[in-house]
Design a binder for this molecule. Sequence first.
Ligand code: PHE
Ligand code: FE
Length: 300
Amino acid sequence: MGVLERTDHRQTDFSKGANADWTIPQGFECYSEAEHRTWTMLYERQADILPGRACDAFLHGLDALDLHGHGIPDFRQLNEKLLALTGWRIVAVPGLVPDAVFFEHLANRRFPAGNFIRGANELDYLEEPDVFHDVFGHVPMLTDPVFADYMQAYGKGGLRALSLGSLANLARLYWYTVEFGLLETSQGLRIYGAGIVSSRTESIFALTSDSPNRLGFDLERVMRTLYRIDDFQQVYFVIPSLQYLLDVTTGTDFGPLYAKLSRMPGIPIAAIEPSDRIVTRGTQDYARSGGRMRQGAAVP
Ligand code: PHE
Ligand code: FE
């Protein structure tokens, strides 16, 4: 799913055939009928609710890649289309990969995607990113030239952050943009984050629940904000455009910023700061009641 999970350095068994860059063959021929059906089920649930909720770049990407509801896509075919559009390609990995490997791939316009798919009994939540999250969630945005550049710049920034020991700050940026970002449009808020767009329940929650805070994106603010990986987010950050996100991140030297942030405390997830631009102030009722997403309860 993202950087945070990738910072825990869960190791994969190289004897399973991973290369030094952790890539493996997708093994397209090895998926069972049941696994293809799981993709199709997930796809149909999302295709149904995303128009009017996901941003145009995402929806155009789904179309352009011809990502369909007929089973898990073959990366070889997907890559022909993706390469032609923005020069990105998908590489298969067995699951989480070490940070440096992940960043190195991004910096070279390669997106590492888990090749396995979740079980039919865990459609709604998973802690390790599978092929549905990685391909359906992330890859459509990579067809957008601006977002494609942002992801590459992020990979380069990741390698730099690693060498500066500032990964925690940079990981928050990934979390609140690539995974859980919202975009302001003339038609209202839209989703571009992969963690939202690949989850039926959070696609609804993130846009319509009264519970979470929705705040204007501010680079420093985001890089200071803690996050949770176990349930719906308690705060979403709203960008004015993808171009703004690219410009503000590539136009800022993170070196001095990391130094400054290292002297400042992290901001708790539900906090509202005096300088925040509040898009919607949340009740936090969902989080306060203990969160029930994992039990599959209806979205509030
Ligand atoms: N500008 C950042 C740096 O100086 C790199 C970066 C770009 C990070 C885009 C994230 C996204 O390190
Ligand atoms: Fe992800």
